[in-house]
Design a protein around this ligand. Structure first.
Ligand SMILES: Nc1nc2c([nH]c(=O)n2[C@H]2C[C@H](O)[C@@H](COP(=O)(O)OP(=O)(O)OP(=O)(O)O)O2)c(=O)[nH]1
Length: 146
């Protein structure tokens, strides 16, 4: 038994992990998805713009900072989705809704941006932790007439 305990993975409980914040930016009824370029194992995968919250940093302030750094836009956080989703063993993802008044992005870290309608959210290869948020995000987007 001692051996089994010694070899158990050390998983930090949700809440003790370092927080990563992602932004749900919606314009014209579509959600912004960004394609990563690094690290190699995540390059080509899609995510919400955002990043790691620094120690003692307010999560909303961190998201505003990340959107300025990554996209060169000035964002306002308007609310948070309910879920908190683990990222590997060390981090956890929360997602906020944001508004961006003047949308003139200068992508500094992503090689492609896409605006996805409700029925297109499954068209890109999202990072795994983002997938549990898609149903709630889809519900917030208008349904397109078929
Ligand atoms: N930004 C962002 N990161 C995500 C999402 N989903 C997800 O699993 N992640 C992961 C990818 C990375 O392992 C981690 C965030 O790292 P990052 O590289 O984007 O953050 P950062 O700019 O603050 O990082 P750093 O390189 O300066 O340390 O969280 C998402 O929707 N947005």
């Amino acid at each position: 038994m001692v051996g089994a305990v010694a070899h158990a993975p050390i998983l930090a409980p949700v809440g003790e992990r370092r927080l990563v914040v992602g932004a749900a930016v919606v314009r014209g009824g579509r959600l912004l998805a960004c394609r990563r370029t690094r690290p190699p194992e995540a390059a080509g995968r899609w995510e919400l713009p955002g990043g790691k919250v620094e120690p003692d940093e307010d999560p909303a302030a961190a998201l505003v900072r990340e959107l300025a750094e990554e996209l060169g836009v000035d964002a306002v956080v308007t609310g948070w989705l309910d879920a908190t989703v683990p990222i590997r063993e060390t981090h956890e993802l929360r997602v906020a809704t944001v508004t961006v008044e003047h949308w003139t992005p200068r992508p500094a870290e992503h090689d492609r941006l896409r605006w996805l309608a409700a029925d297109e959210l499954d068209d890109v290869d999202w990072l795994e932790p983002d997938r549990p948020f898609l149903a709630e995000l889809r519900d917030r987007l208008p349904v397109r007439p078929s």
